[in-house]
Design a protein around this ligand. Structure first.
Ligand code: MG
Length: 158
């Protein structure tokens, strides 16, 4: 078994779609990033990279790489889950937290699980929790969003 912890944060700006957990959420601002800025997917990807012990997300998805420019982060997630598979590990469980002051995310949680499962994480092994930071800090001021994730990988028996 391997565990990994992941974290990410992105700035909220006008003129971008808000994509969280692979779901397009109606909101006047979106997350700035080289890809679609999906902070939740990035935290999950970071946790899997950590469990594999293969560096960090910037090393696998550099800002300079045109392949991931405006990419869907669910595609990035698929890529890293497949990399784990190629290394002999299967994702067994993911727990995650997305922290956003607005909008209310509860109505989108099930859709996020479905979208992330479709990106080749087996259904039923991902937990997503949403919370605010009660008005404190950069999240509380609406300047950005953050996410944390923990994953458990299991080595396949050959
Ligand atoms: Mg990111």
């Amino acid at each position: 078994m391997r565990i990994g912890v992941g974290y990410d944060s992105h700035r909220l700006v006008a003129g971008r779609r808000l994509i969280l957990g692979g779901v397009d959420i109606p909101f006047p601002k979106g997350l700035l990033g080289h890809s679609d800025g999906d902070v939740l997917c990035h935290a999950v990807i970071d946790s899997i990279i950590g469990a594999l012990g293969i560096g960090d997300i910037g090393g696998h998805f550099p800002d300079s790489d045109p392949r991931w420019k405006d990419a869907s982060s669910t595609e990035m997630l698929k890529y890293i889950v497949e990399l784990a598979g190629a290394s002999g590990y299967e994702v067994t469980w993911i727990d995650s937290i997305v922290i956003a002051e607005k909008p209310k995310l509860a109505p989108y949680i099930e859709s996020m699980k479905e979208a992330m499962s479709a990106a080749c994480i087996p259904a039923g092994i991902i937990s997503i929790k949403a919370k605010t930071d009660e008005g404190m800090g950069f999240v509380g001021r609406g300047e950005g969003m953050a996410a944390h994730a923990v994953c458990l990988l299991k080595k396949r028996r050959f």
